[in-house]
Design a protein around this ligand. Sequence first.
Ligand code: CP3
Length: 354
Amino acid sequence: MTGLTEVPYLLRAARGEALDRPPVWMMRQAGRYMKAYRDLREKYPSFRERSEIPEVAIEISLQPWRAFRPDGVILFSDIVTPLPGLGIEMDIAEGKGPIIADPIRTEAQINALHALEPEASLPFIKPILQALRAEVGNQSTVLGFVGAPWTLAAYAVEGKGSKTYSIIKHMAFSNPTVLHQLLAKLADAIAVYARYQIDCGAQVVQMFDSWAGQLSPQDYETFALPYQQQVFRQIKETHPDTPLILLVSESGGLLERMAQSGADILTVDWTVDMADARTRLGKEMIVQGNLDPGVLFGSKDFIRDRILDTIRKAGNRKHILNLGHGILPNTPEENAAFFFEIGKQADQLLAVHA
Ligand code: CP3
């Protein structure tokens, strides 16, 4: 039983210990595929209410904890949550994601942004993280998260999600100085916010650079990587022992470059075979992933085989079992439950299947 050990599985994997099974959690494990979440959403229709009223956000983070006992419990929030604290007003629209009413397009707007004071502008974070830590004790690990500079800049400049990223790429390729100013300001704010989450109780922090995979490798090296490095370096200066995870969506062409970010753990998505990820990153890199979230629409046998295959390829050290990206909204809840069950029984199952 995990509960009897002093250090939870996720932190042990982050230390590089050999384990009988990998820790298991799921990106977006709180959310629409759970009936309990959909019921609560009727009572609190606005995402900002759900994520900024501490009792509600705590309850939502704990829904998957109670149902599946994952090895990681993640703060219920969004990557754009700190933006109003910098002076960028936003809302999160049902089915659409973040909307920024007054997108950032000029140097004057960037100069007008303020430094982040998390205690004042994000007063709900401390009670949420403290309550999560108190609730899970040493039976699980509490994760905080932040968006990365490039991805937050994409929302701030585009004003919403985008398929083509034309507006921010226009800025990047015709007026890069202005974009670099924005990225540097965002990096400082994100580092301050991540440090604050750790001070409030987050034991691991994941940074989402979801849209950095939309950049060519050479542009990733100019507009994404240096700012990921800036954030991770600043966090490590004050909090050297907190494991830091990086996620980039559609990152198959970028893995080796992601390894230069300063992250301790890299999320690998399903466009890369886990065995290839091990070869490309070396056996000392901690990897997280990497099942296609769509696998959870398959049969139980299929799901089990894919999980065991992934664990075998990753090895018994330095792997955190997860999907390669967030669980999809219509996923059958019992298949999510099955994912956790198999992950937790992997030690016995691998012995049987070997
Ligand atoms: O993992 C978890 O359980 C924590 C929850 C979490 C949310 N957003 C809650 C949320 C996390 C980690 C995020 C991060 C986030 N937000 C990212 C990075 C992760 C990724 O997918 O790459 C991004 C790009 C965003 C921006 C954003 N916010 C999008 C694209 C959407 C989805 C729009 C939609 O409705 O499909 C949101 C809204 C959002 N954030 C939802 C949730 C559960 C869905 C809205 C709802 O449930 O009402």
